[in-house]
Design a protein around this ligand. Sequence first.
Ligand SMILES: NC(=O)c1ccc[n+]([C@@H]2O[C@H](COP(=O)([O-])OP(=O)(O)OC[C@H]3O[C@@H](n4cnc5c(N)ncnc54)[C@H](OP(=O)(O)O)[C@@H]3O)[C@@H](O)[C@H]2O)c1
Length: 292
Amino acid sequence: MIVITAPTGNIGRQVLAKLLDCGEQIRVIARDPSKLPLEDRERVEVIEGSHIQPDVVMKAFDGADSIFWLVAADLRAPSAEAAYVDFARPALAAFEGLHGKRVVSVSALGRGWPQDAGHVTATLKMDDMIASTGVSYRALSCPSLMENMLGQLEPIKHQGVFFWPASGNFRAPVCATRDVADVAARLLLDRSWNGVEEIPLLGPEDLSCNDMATIMSEVLEKPIRFQEISMGDMRAMMISRGASAGIAEAMVNMLTAKNEGMDHMVKRTSSTSSPTSFREWCERVLRPAILT
Ligand SMILES: NC(=O)c1ccc[n+]([C@@H]2O[C@H](COP(=O)([O-])OP(=O)(O)OC[C@H]3O[C@@H](n4cnc5c(N)ncnc54)[C@H](OP(=O)(O)O)[C@@H]3O)[C@@H](O)[C@H]2O)c1
């Protein structure tokens, strides 16, 4: 039995889609099962609730062989630590009962970074807590996700511009969620691994915001430009979207660490790269999203 948390999100729904035909029993935890496609709902066991609830995770993890674990930070949480570490605490007892079973989680690059890196620091603390329960654990260590660009569909579509608090020529790794879901699905089906490991997914190349603007211009066949904003602007934008002061601060700390090179600590090799290029992602995901 494979259990999938957050099956309605970007990554979780792709993991679920990849596993539906695998012949395994699938159980999902969903706050609002009506968000799952009707045909999927009929093919899986649905536990209604959130994976922050002790009774929900106890019930959902009972009899599981493998679990897909994903925590999406609640913007209103008081801090990143509350959003990731405290969110995962109720699940720890349930993980302890699964000694030796396999858990695959979505995590972040940045282990060993010496300063507080907000969401990343909290995510890595959560990873360590889960790994210490005795489950076999794989943390998929992601850089920034290409899907972050979907948060800027409106300015891209109407003003031909996107914004980010980084220098236009600063290159960094960027990964597509479909690659994260591919690796997660493979690990969830594979019963041969054990122990604890991080699996970096660096995408095929480092790109700057100016590189991304050029690629988007070519794929969308209209000029798109990048405009740098300050960390103060980023913080204000987060607050205006409902983030707590602590979560806005954590975002600024994470993006500052990225600008200082946090995502370059792991080198790209054949085993740390992931296949989907930003151009391919723009063709498959961004262009259809802009056209609808
Ligand atoms: N963005 C980046 O650049 C980046 C980089 C590295 C790592 N990451 C990690 O990547 C993951 C992002 O995943 P994603 O793209 O799939 O996110 P997403 O598309 O925003 O989906 C969020 C999912 O989490 C569920 N969820 C939200 N709050 C919940 C709660 N309180 N209780 C239970 N479920 C809840 C949502 O369910 P509902 O449908 O019920 O709302 C949905 O299924 C996060 O873990 C993030 O830390 C992101």
